[in-house]
Design a protein. Structure first.
Length: 265
């Protein structure tokens, strides 16, 4: 559930984890989500934050947990305090600057972490990971019954691994993918793709901290392990049919088959 249109608004929810990536312009339909992961401060991603908090207060819901790039914490607190003064009401919220070395618990065996992106302002994407136990290489030759027996005799058969399941890029240049293995190994990747046409070339995309479809096509092998690629944040200058045609033309067949453009209906 969500919406993403470059320069207009971006907000995506993951209901099973009760979280929201970015706040867009705000929507009362998303008030129930208790956790907001903010990628950066540009208004098409963050202007809905005060409304989100206000609506939760209005409905007497617990204070939301809001995570953001550390550079954004102070200015965002100032903005939110001004809104409290405007509303004559002290809104309740938990604003946390992200620690890039920390894993944050979600539920059960799932966690999330932030990864820096390359944009015009301080920014990061987010990766949801699942902690799993994997059999160590030296025991993989054993038969099932033997492994089951050894489980009762020793505690060193397995090691703990982190499997990236969902990644959300926010706004970024292509380096977010190319320089981060954890992103390239994600089962599901939401990646911005602001420009798709030659009249807005790669150089323009990079100047403004965005990704061009031509860069995704040129680096197709980087997406080999991604099970499904959702492209988001298309510029509103493009019609849906133009975007679909560009994907068919520029992406190799194997990548196109597992790519879905997130389009406005």
């Amino acid at each position: 559930m969500g919406v993403s249109e470059g320069g207009i608004q971006t907000c995506m929810t993951v209901p099973q984890f009760k979280l929201m990536f970015d706040a867009g312009r705000g929507s009362s339909k998303l008030t129930e989500v208790p956790r907001l992961l903010l990628t950066h401060g540009h208004l098409d991603h963050s202007s809905g934050v005060p409304y989100f908090i206000s609506q939760r207060c209005l409905r007497r819901l617990p204070a939301a947990d809001i995570f953001c790039p550390p550079e954004l914490e102070d200015p965002l607190r100032k903005i939110l305090q001004l809104w409290c003064e405007i509303e004559h009401y002290q809104m309740d919220y938990n604003l946390q600057p992200i620690d890039y070395d920390q894993l944050y618990p979600l539920q059960g065996s799932f966690f999330f972490k932030a990864v820096r992106t390359v944009h015009r302002v301080p920014s990061n994407g987010y990766v949801i990971l699942e902690k799993t136990r994997k059999l160590k290489e030296e025991f993989k030759h054993l038969a099932g019954p033997e492994i089951a027996r050894l489980k009762h005799e020793r505690d060193d058969l397995f090691y703990e691994a982190l499997r990236p399941t969902i990644t959300f890029s926010g706004d970024t240049q292509i380096e977010f993918v190319l320089e981060n293995e954890i992103v390239r190994q994600s089962k599901i990747l939401f990646l911005e793709c602001t420009y798709v046409s030659e009249d807005r070339p790669v150089e323009r995309a990079r100047k403004w901290g965005h990704t061009h479809l031509d860069e995704i096509a040129a680096n197709a092998e980087a997406f080999r392990d991604v099970e499904h690629l959702f492209l988001i944040h298309f510029s509103p200058r493009y019609r849906n049919d133009v975007i679909r045609a560009a994907l068919r033309k520029k992406l190799p067949d194997w990548l196109h088959e597992k790519t879905t453009p997130f389009l406005l209906s």
